[in-house]
Ligand binder design. Structure first.
Ligand code: HEM
Length: 407
């Protein structure tokens, strides 16, 4: 395996990844699916099989983005209203953010997949979906162990059984959700689109919907926790988010998708959070063509990884790299701008399928959270723990006061 970490290397890797980019073999998922007679799904497919599924899944996702903002806004407000009710007394409260960010992450992407009625089934089946999120999260940890174990002895690892049992639960929950929502064609969910156009068979739909929800929950949940943590340490940034929104919205309380695109500082806060606290720390490709780096030829079929973590802490591009400085993204420096396009959500044709949706969800949540609460933290030093994703070492706790009380 070769590790690269300079911004220019991404371009070289893009040139060598070929038309059908291939990442490292997720052998733990592949073996479980083979054993159970399931198809691979987008996440672990390659070549034309990957490209076909990518097209089938990205079309409805793109369509949904334009229509989703009103629902997401309502969802965010509802999530925060519940938080106010549950965690604050007389407008003040100290609470862990994870239950709130996790509920939001499940509901936000759950409604993209299954339709806006997902939220009410989520409430009825709250326990099941919480369990789904919990098992998906624990599987990231076991996936790390299984990925590092040779395939010939992988099934002897204690993590193998746990991992499979959890996957069986995740798939079963998806089947229940599909059954529950298959007649709901009212708000063009991904499910209704897939059932109508029938380009994927039933098993392919099960696998892909499970993978999409798993890929969406912890990535969004973890990033939002880190973002609230950084904002709690930097209250002035909360004020800037609010004043920027006041300027762009000019008295309107409801947002359009185009408003979010104009909120430059809010985007910068998200990029800076992802720079410091990437949910994963490298993205890899099995290269198709040979590539040359610093005079060394790397042969085809080598696993080449870009270390996003190292790249994002490069002190030439990012002076004082360990400091949270959102303003550094509000620049004309093309190299820095390119990094947020190519790094946080991967690069090239195989970049994150949920990038645009995830950005929209997270920006909305952060903005509404800052408009609702003024918040700080007593926890000045938070370490990162590698669980495949880079998660906070302790629960993120914040001290809040309802903002209208401080105005
Ligand atoms: C903070 C949020 C997220 C981050 C930082 C993130 C990051 C990433 C990264 C780095 C990759 C690897 C890309 C590559 O190999 O070049 C990826 C792949 C992927 N992500 Fe995300 N992701 C996020 C949210 C989501 C969401 C909400 C979805 C739901 C659709 C999603 C679905 C996927 C899928 C399906 C892939 C595999 C794509 C493929 O193999 O073609 N992600 N993500």
């Amino acid at each position: 395996m070769v590790f690269l970490f300079e911004a220019d290397d991404v371009e070289k890797l893009k040139a060598a990844e070929g038309r059908y980019p291939q990442h490292v073999d997720f052998k733990h998922l592949r073996r479980h699916r083979e054993d159970q007679g399931y198809p691979k799904g987008l996440l672990i497919s390659n070549d034309n099989e990957w490209l076909c599924q990518r097209k089938i899944l990205s079309n409805p996702l793109m369509l949904k983005i334009g229509h989703q903002i009103k629902h997401l806004e309502e969802l965010t407000l509802k999530t925060l209203a519940n938080a106010v009710e549950d965690y604050t007394v007389n407008g003040f409260g100290t609470f862990e953010v994870e239950p709130i960010t996790r509920d939001f992450a499940i509901n936000a992407f759950g409604s993209v997949l299954y339709g806006n009625s997902f939220e009410s089934t989520f409430t009825q089946n709250g326990k099941t979906m919480q369990e789904f999120a919990e098992k998906a999260k624990n599987n990231f940890d076991d996936a790390k162990k299984l990925l590092m174990t040779p395939e010939c002895i992988m099934k002897m690892h204690p993590a193998w059984k746990r991992h499979n049992n959890r996957w069986n639960f995740l798939l079963k929950t998806t089947m229940d959700m599909i059954e529950r929502h298959s007649n709901d064609t009212s708000d063009c969910s991904i499910l209704s689109h897939l059932l109508q156009n029938r380009k994927l068979n039933d098993k392919e739909i099960y696998i892909n919907l499970t993978d999409l929800l798993v890929a969406s929950i912890d990535t969004t949940n973890t990033t939002l926790q880190w973002c609230l943590y950084e904002l709690a340490c930097h209250p002035a940034a909360q004020d800037t988010i609010i004043s920027e929104a006041e300027m762009i919205l000019e008295g309107r309380s409801s947002l359009e998708k185009t408003d979010l695109d104009k909120l430059e500082f809010l985007s910068a806060v998200l990029w800076e959070t992802l720079r410091l606290h990437r949910v994963g720390f490298f993205t890899s490709r099995i290269i198709k063509d040979c590539m040359e780096v610093k005079g060394i030829m790397i042969p085809p079929q080598t696993n080449v990884a870009i270390s996003m973590y190292v790249m994002a802490r490069n002190s030439v591009l990012f002076p004082n790299p360990d400091k949270f400085v959102p303003e550094r993204w509000m620049t004309d420096n093309a190299k820095i701008k390119k990094l947020n396009r190519d790094v946080f959500f991967g690069f090239g044709p195989r970049m994150c399928l949920g990038k645009k949706m995830a950005e929209m969800e997270m920006k909305l949540f952060i903005l509404k959270f800052c408009q609702q609460f003024e918040f700080s933290t007593d926890d000045a030093e938070m370490d990162q723990v590698v669980k495949l994703l880079l998660t906070p070492s302790r629960p993120v706790k914040i001290n809040t006061v309802l903002r209208h009380l401080t105005d």
